[in-house]
Design a protein around this ligand. Structure first.
Ligand code: LLP
Length: 436
């Protein structure tokens, strides 16, 4: 569900005509809908309300300060994975007690920054990391909370192996047997209070069963630890809830909550704290990438639609074979899409590859895609691009990144200005000769 809809053949974001907006701000542009962000955040908060969870928005999915700010204003905490994200969360006014810090390779500098900021929990990935954080906390004379990331060995059946994390072979977390020994060994540390279990099985996870299985395993572990005198009072179930890349693709939050809430209610009622880390399900449908057709080219019998964006702005198709719905922003009545789907039943579509300007054959946004006829100068929207879009963009080929716009009703705001070539080379110009 989102607020990107066609009116009289023209695509609108809320009450803004995107053809007019593109003329004003240029392309490529990421355009976000504030209402959609708010709708999804509120929907997950209300579905899980019986557990009164801390909702740590996964900033990695879309980390623009203005967006984190608007979610923080609605009560969101943050799931962070670097010192940079902790820094952003603080600037955005997130309640630092509602910040979790994950990641397998936290550096000493990042750990100090997070301890100084007073974050809620470190999500711990290994024995060596626990010892390091505990020793830095001791040196600094501070205390912090930790949750151990447990790898429940459940197959989340994500679309791509690169986004599966909860299986035994993953670099993330420790397996259940090792988790028991971990708690026995470190569960009584005074500076780093090991009081939580963290799960995150993959992304996106379109079915509820893997959550159920992994939560059941975690609850069993918590019971076993209790018998040895170790208390786990926090359970972080991670993120990974799906988004509607196709209309109706993902279960709604109520469907996830219907199975997860009853499972966790006894833990909650016994005084436990529940944490969720949703990213994509909040941000994906909240943003689109607007790109203009530069040229149409035939290669043999194949039609290429060459646009002013590509893998440097949205790498998901190249990296994960991800499918994103693409459609012109201005269409004839017969081409107004009734839904976003892989198969669009319309005889007058033309199959083409939508490709970018980068010097790589992997630079495409869509392959073999049926689209209404498009011509040079037309504007295309790549939908469901709010998550893992702008954040994964690069400057490859010395290309600037897209401008970012936040729409609210009939108003829009530039929330990341367009870069200049001078921005791109500024850090290199400052470089000075140095000797080791
Ligand atoms: N928590 C942890 C520990 C995570 O590693 C992630 C995502 C999340 C929460 C949020 O997952 P979400 O709710 O957004 O699905 N770049 C890939 C996705 C990578 C996900 C990484 N971790 C993509 O574009 O599909």
């Amino acid at each position: 569900m989102d607020y990107f809809n066609y009116r009289d053949g023209q695509l609108f974001c809320e009450d803004i005509n995107l053809n007019e907006l593109a003329t004003q701000v240029g392309t490529p542009a990421y355009v976000y809908s504030q209402k959609t962000f708010e709708h999804h955040y509120d929907a997950i908060a209300s579905a899980f309300a019986p557990l009164d969870p801390i909702i740590c928005y996964a900033m990695k999915s879309c980390d623009n300060l203005n967006i984190v700010k608007l979610l923080a204003a609605r009560g969101a905490g943050a799931d962070t994975v670097s010192g940079g994200e902790v820094y952003r969360a603080k600037l955005a006014g997130v309640n630092m007690k509602h910040v979790v810090f994950a990641g397998v390779g936290k550096t000493d500098a990042e750990i100090r920054l997070a301890l100084e900021a007073g974050i809620g929990y470190f999500n711990i990935e290994s024995e060596a990391e626990f010892e390091n954080i505990a020793s830095i906390a001791k040196q600094m004379g501070v205390q912090a909370n930790a949750a151990l990331r447990v790898n429940p060995d459940v197959d989340p059946e994500t679309a791509h192996e690169k986004t599966t994390t909860g299986k035994k072979e993953s670099k993330f977390g420790v397996d259940i047997e090792r988790a028991k020994r971990f708690f026995e060994h470190y569960g009584r540390d005074e500076n780093l209070r090991l009081c939580g279990i963290h799960l995150h099985i993959g992304s996106p996870v379109y079915i509820v069963e893997p959550y159920v299985k992994s939560i059941q395993k975690a609850l069993t572990l918590i019971e076993e630890l209790k018998t040895t005198g170790l208390t786990v009072d926090t359970l972080d179930i991670g993120g990974g809830f799906g988004a509607d890349y196709e209309t109706g693709r993902t279960p709604d939050f109520a469907a996830y909550a219907a199975q997860i809430v009853p499972l966790l209610q006894p833990f909650k009622n016994a005084g436990g704290t529940i944490i969720l880390e949703p990213g994509r399900c909040v941000s994906a449908n909240s943003g689109i990438l607007l790109t203009r057709v530069s040229y149409i080219k035939m290669g043999g019998t194949k039609k290429f639609v060459i646009v002013d964006s590509g893998m440097h702005h949205l790498i998901r198709p190249t990296l994960y074979d991800a499918w994103q719905f693409i459609w012109p922003t201005k269409v004839a009545p017969m081409h107004v899409p009734a839904k976003r789907a892989m198969e669009m039943d319309n005889p007058s579509l033309e199959v083409c590859d939508v490709v970018g300007p980068i010097c790589e054959s992997g630079d495409y946004l869509a392959k073999g895609r049926a689209l209404p006829p498009v011509a040079r100068g037309d504007l295309l929207a790549v939908f469901t691009a709010g998550a893992y879009g702008s954040v994964m963009a690069s400057h490859y080929n010395t290309m600037t990144r897209p401008i970012e716009i936040l729409v609210n009703g009939n108003e829009h705001r530039i929330i990341r200005r367009r870069e200049t070539y001078d921005d791109l080379i500024a850090l290199e110009l400052e470089a000075e000769p140095a000797s080791v």
